[in-house]
Design a protein around this ligand. Sequence first.
Ligand code: APR
Ligand code: PHB
Length: 389
Amino acid sequence: MRTEVAIIGGGPSGLLLSQRLMQAGIGTVVLERQSRDHVLSRIRAGVLEWGTVEVLRAAGAGDRMDREGQIHDGCWLSSEGERFRIDFRAACGRSVMVYGQTEITRDLYAAQDAAGAVIVHRATDVALHDLDTDRPRVTWTEDGQPRELTCDYVAGCDGFHGVSRQAIPAAARTEYERVYPFGWLGILARTRPAADELIYAAHARGFALSSMRNPRLSRHYIQVPLSDGPEDWPDAAFWDELRRRLPAEVAAGLEIGPSIEKSVAPLRSFVCTPMQWGRLFLCGDAAHIVPPTGAKGLNLAVGDVVYLSEALIARYRSGDAGRLAGYSDRALARVWRAMRFSWSLTMLMHRFPDHDAWERRMQDAGLDDLQRSDAVRRVFAEAYTGLPF
Ligand code: APR
Ligand code: PHB
């Protein structure tokens, strides 16, 4: 088999890249290790920057988002039960869209099906070869049979645990990492969201976040020790703990109900540089991970895909490979800024086991800055609603 761009991974990055390249008449093959049902069963964050909204619309995957998503003009921050609002529109003139990333993946699959995309599911043993030549190859196993694809370029969109990043020789890459000493226990419940907008709550007992998917589906998280698993948190204990950490008037009106999903996610910041090697280009979680605080994961992936697709389109339209050569630098400039935002929001809002009174005072002062200073709120709102592509 032969194609122009081989795409490893059929998550949001791989599907959106394939969609944008196909719209420009460039051939793609997507190789995904899991079944489609498995990919669509993963629950992820739910806040889209405005740039992401526009990219999804342009990709022909925005109709359901525009019908079912909710536009939010602000969010709540709270500290020890006192809350204040950050008005994104007042601070920076932009909003965000609240729409689940699982639904985006579903919409991208539908758009790819309509475009006649080649997406191979259950492709196991994917391996990349000859990336430092102008004829790279990808091999895999499908239904027990060995398969091979030759191509011009390989896009590594296979997430943090994929094979693409590992295909860059260790001596040619540098990895930066920060692992946080706690996790987020998340539940999904068919209940009314806690408030009209998201609430990020700092509390002596630990951080909490009340988010939502729609008016009858709420998504909540509490900070837990890394040693805790979902089995340690029966629904009643979860709701009790959430209520303690939220502002009192919100907790008083909180609708509770059985969880329909419950899981613990560790928090990590991670960046691999450079994001390219030979004919291989990394996008999304294959190259970087953010902690969920601030919901930057998918939004960063969309930025990468925009830059890589623009560079590939320039290469195929005019033979100009200059933008491809500059892909990693351009993508990383945006990645590091979002890394800093999600790291600083994580540091501001959580209880750290090794923090003393000094660090807690610094957190209080940081929240005070956000509450009192228009300038600080503007910096927050610009980063939250999305740095430009
Ligand atoms: N071969 C083929 N496919 C693979 C391999 C492999 N060796 N390893 C992983 N994959 C697939 C995974 O099964 C998954 O479907 O690659 C896909 C990667 O998808 P994500 O992990 O969702 O990563 P990405 O597409 O970059 O997503 C970007 O969107 O939903 C959010 O949290 C997500 O922040 C992330 C962002
Ligand atoms: C979510 O809705 O799952 C969500 C929202 C905002 C975040 C993280 C997760 O910062």
